[in-house]
Design a binder for this molecule. Structure first.
Ligand SMILES: Cc1cc2nc3c(=O)[nH]c(=O)nc-3n(C[C@H](O)[C@H](O)[C@H](O)COP(=O)(O)OP(=O)(O)OC[C@H]3O[C@@H](n4cnc5c(N)ncnc54)[C@H](O)[C@@H]3O)c2cc1C
Length: 427
């Protein structure tokens, strides 16, 4: 019997340290440097952030999602869940301090897996240590959810690829050192087989950021999401990451990991929301008593806790499948978590705002901003609806239609089966 929900004491000590460290030293960065996570460190920020990163390294927790050959810890998915739920409480600065920043984490995985030695030498180490940023440029302004509408082209010209097109929601392009760009290389085959991925240094001629949009509520100085025009952007042949036509395979290799990491962090995020809700319920006076005495409020707290508990178990179970059987074996579970995460977060935020009254909507609390984060989780890395469609298709592959008019659970069918089995023994 190998089911076990305990954490080994040595690792638990690391988690205990991380919990206190994040709460005491990392959470304050959010108030001090809002939305500056993807901006290069100024001398002032470096004075604070570099020693924190060093502390994380000294405690053997740097880049916990990566294998040791990439400078990570090789913890496996279950331990990573336990770490990520701590980091999830503290927002993006915790990812900076622990070396787990998206989209750089996924881009580093692509680079490590598909990059040339020269590309790795130039970008991988500084990316992993958080010294440079990167951008994943796939979505186009005419549509992001359905790649069949993508038109950005890469055409081979001698010993170069020439890229032309317009991309949207290219996060952090304003501070990125390189971009990973998806482009059609063979328009005569279905898009899933005719698209390739390219590594493009940011300084390459022909890249123009036409606009840079911010998610509502983010500071104007945030790195933002770019509308990027590529005009005759020339890169060498070895800029192609992976095989020609395998752009989606390359993209998938980063997105699957990213989706489960979001789910892991959402646990901590929702725990923070529950903590805020409980504190307010106990503190806010009504006549008579406090909010916590009201049954609706008790219902809010109980619902947030119950949903969080179910979700946490589902994430840990999925992590266990990934660890014991590999990521492919957990495809359905990862899709289910991608679908569940935005609802978990937005429902928890909604209750917590409601409980805080008007104050909950002001910029003095992080709640309204946390609501947009919940909504973001339902769009970034593909909208919830697309994941539902794909999950349903995957589920249906394990079923077949019943022969005849009636469902197999029909009483007459079940009775006939029972008679066939036990008929001889019946009176
Ligand atoms: C904060 C944030 C960061 C992002 N970062 C990046 C990034 O770094 N790089 C990048 O390339 N992209 C990025 N994106 C873009 C993201 O991947 C797209 O927003 C997403 O794929 C949806 O595309 P869209 O916004 O164009 O919506 P649309 O494609 O217009 O879809 C709108 C809605 O239509 C429905 N829909 C559309 N097509 C289908 C379908 N086939 N089946 C079922 N329903 C459908 C869904 O409900 C969907 O939400 C980011 C998005 C956000 C919000």
């Amino acid at each position: 019997m190998a089911w076990d929900f305990s954490t080994d004491p040595e690792f638990q000590r690391k988690l205990d340290w991380a919990e206190v460290f994040v709460e005491e030293k990392v959470v304050p960065l959010e108030a001090l440097f809002p939305d500056l996570e993807f901006q290069p460190l100024t001398p002032e920020r470096r004075r604070i952030v570099d020693p924190l990163k060093q502390e994380v390294r000294d405690h053997g927790l740097w880049a916990p999602h990566l294998d040791p050959e990439l400078g990570g810890q090789g913890f496996g998915a279950v331990k990573l869940t336990l770490i990520n739920e701590i980091l999830g409480r503290a927002g993006t600065w915790a990812s900076v301090v622990f070396g787990t920043m998206a989209p750089d984490t996924g881009n580093a995985e692509i680079l490590a897996r598909f990059g040339t030695p020269e590309q790795k030498d130039r970008y991988l180490e500084p990316l992993l240590s958080g010294e440079i940023f990167s951008c994943f440029s796939m979505t186009e302004p005419q549509g992001g959810a359905d790649p069949r509408v993508f038109t950005t082209r890469a055409v081979r010209a001698g010993d170069e690829w020439v890229i032309n097109g317009l991309k949207y929601f290219s996060s952090n392009v304003s501070t990125a050192s390189f971009l990973i760009v998806m482009a059609l290389t063979d328009p005569d085959v279905p898009v899933q087989k005719g698209t390739s991925m390219f590594l493009v240094p940011r300084e390459t001629e022909g890249i123009v950021i036409e606009e840079n949009h911010q998610i509502y509520g983010h500071a104007p100085g945030a790195a933002g999401h770019g509308l990027v025009r590529y005009t005759d952007v020339r890169v060498p042949l070895d800029a192609m990451l992976g095989d020609p036509g395998n752009g989606f395979g390359v993209a998938q290799s980063r997105l699957a990991g990213g989706r489960i990491h979001h789910a892991m962090r959402a646990i901590g995020y929702c725990r923070r929301l529950l903590d805020m809700a409980a504190e307010r319920a106990l503190s806010r006076k009504t006549a008579p008593g406090v909010l916590a005495d009201k049954q609706f409020v008790q219902g809010f707290l109980a619902d947030s806790y119950t949903e969080l508990l179910q979700f946490r178990m589902a994430v840990l179970y999925t992590a266990w499948i990934i660890e014991t059987q590999g990521g492919d074996a957990a495809r359905k579970e990862i899709a289910a978590l991608k679908i569940a995460t935005p609802k978990l977060v937005t429902d928890a935020v909604h209750r917590t705002i409601q409980l805080h009254g008007g104050l909950g909507l002001t910029a003095e609390l992080p709640l309204a901003r946390m609501w947009t984060s919940g909504m973001t989780l339902g769009l970034a890395d593909g909208p919830t609806e697309v994941h539902k469609v794909n999950l349903a298709k995957a589920l249906l592959r394990d079923y077949k239609a019943v022969e005849g008019l009636w469902p197999s659970e029909m009483r007459s069918n079940r009775l006939a089966e029972a008679h066939a089995l036990y008929g001889d023994l019946l009176d």
